[in-house]
Design a protein around this ligand. Structure first.
Ligand SMILES: [Zn+2]
Length: 292
C-alpha cells in the first residue's frame, strides 16, 4: 500500500515537473544557451542573476568535434533568450537548430560576429583571453538592447569580469618575457592563440593538423617530431587530454623518456571549472615549466 502511494506520488511529481518545465520554458525564455561549457562563465558573469546560462556540451567526456544534438537540445535552443556559439565549423550543428526555430536574431556567432574570423582560421578561439573578453563585451551589448532596463547592471558586470580576465593577460605578459621565441610541439592545434600570446611558435603544425582532421600524420612529420623530441628542439609538448590515439601515446612517452616537459590541456572545461580557473590552471602548468 505504502509502496503504491509512493509510486503514485512520484508519478504525480514527475507530471508536474514535465508540465511545469514546458510552460516555463515556452513562455519566459529565462535561459541563455552556449554550445560548449567554455562560454558559460563569460556569459553568466555578464547576465548575472537575470538569466540562467546552460551549456549543451557540459563536460570533457564529449568530443565537441563529433557531437550531434538531441531533440531536447533543439527545444532548449527554441526556448533561449540568447544563444552563443563558437563558429568556424566547431559547432555547426547549432546553426540548423537556430534557423529551424527562428532564433537567428538571438545568436551570437563568436568567431565571425565578434572576432571577424574567416573559414580556415584556427577555431579554438577561447584560448585567447582577449577574445573571451570581447565575447563578454558583445554579450553586454546585445543584452543591453534586448533588455535595456538592466543595461547598467550588465555594464557593471561586464567591466568586473573584464578586469578579472585582465589578471590572466598580465600573467601571460609576464610569462612571455621568458617564453618569447621558444618552440613547442602540440598534439592538436588546440592552444594556437595562447601560444601566440606567449610568443611561442608551434613547430609541428602539419602533424597537429593531421591529428585534428582525423587523418594519419605523414611518416616524415612523425620522424621530424621524434627527432625533435630526442634532440630537445622544442621546450615543451602540449597534449590535448580529450583526444588520444596510438601515435599521441607514442609521442607522449618519447617526450617523457627525453625529459621534454608535457602540458595537458582540455578542449572543453571539466564540469567543476569556470573559464577563469581553467585558464589560470593552464598558465600554472606553463609557469611551472618556465621556473624549472
Ligand atoms: Zn579541437
Amino acid at each position: 500500500m505504502r509502496v503504491i502511494q509512493k509510486a503514485k506520488l512520484i508519478a504525480l511529481v514527475m507530471i508536474m515537473v514535465i508540465l511545469g518545465g514546458c510552460t516555463q520554458t515556452e513562455h519566459s525564455q529565462n535561459t541563455i544557451t552556449t554550445t560548449v561549457n567554455t562560454y558559460k562563465e563569460p556569459v553568466q558573469s555578464v547576465v548575472g542573476n537575470k538569466y540562467k546560462v546552460e551549456s549543451i556540451i557540459k563536460s570533457v567526456n564529449v568530443d565537441p568535434h563529433s557531437f550531434s544534438p538531441s531533440n531536447n537540445n533543439a527545444k532548449q535552443i527554441a526556448d533561449s533568450k540568447l544563444i552563443v556559439s563558437n563558429g568556424l565549423g566547431y559547432d555547426d550543428w547549432v546553426n540548423k537548430l537556430v534557423t529551424a526555430n527562428s532564433q537567428d536574431k538571438n545568436l551570437i556567432d563568436f568567431a565571425s560576429e565578434v572576432l571577424h574570423k574567416k573559414n580556415g582560421d584556427n577555431e579554438h578561439i577561447w584560448f585567447g583571453v582577449s577574445n573571451v573578453q570581447k565575447l563578454s563585451n558583445s554579450v553586454y551589448e546585445k543584452m543591453s538592447k534586448n533588455d535595456p532596463k538592466n543595461k547598467d547592471y550588465y555594464k557593471d558586470n561586464y567591466q568586473k569580469y573584464s578586469k578579472r580576465l585582465d589578471k590572466l593577460i598580465i600573467r601571460e605578459n609576464k610569462l612571455k618575457q621568458k617564453l618569447n621565441g621558444k618552440k613547442a610541439y602540440v598534439t592538436e592545434p588546440l592552444p594556437y592563440y595562447l601560444l601566440k600570446d606567449l610568443g611561442v611558435t608551434i613547430d609541428n603544425q602539419h602533424f597537429a593538423k593531421a591529428i585534428e582532421d582525423d587523418t594519419d600524420p605523414s611518416i616524415s612529420d612523425i620522424e621530424n617530431m621524434q627527432r625533435g623530441l630526442k634532440n630537445h628542439k622544442v621546450d615543451f609538448l602540449v597534449v590535448n587530454k580529450q583526444v588520444t590515439s596510438g601515435i599521441i601515446t607514442k609521442m607522449t612517452s618519447l617526450a617523457k623518456k627525453n625529459n621534454v616537459p608535457i602540458i595537458y590541456f582540455t578542449e572543453t572545461l571539466p564540469s567543476n571549472l569556470g573559464y577563469y580557473q581553467w585558464m589560470n590552471d593552464n598558465l600554472n602548468q606553463i609557469e611551472k615549466i618556465v621556473n624549472e
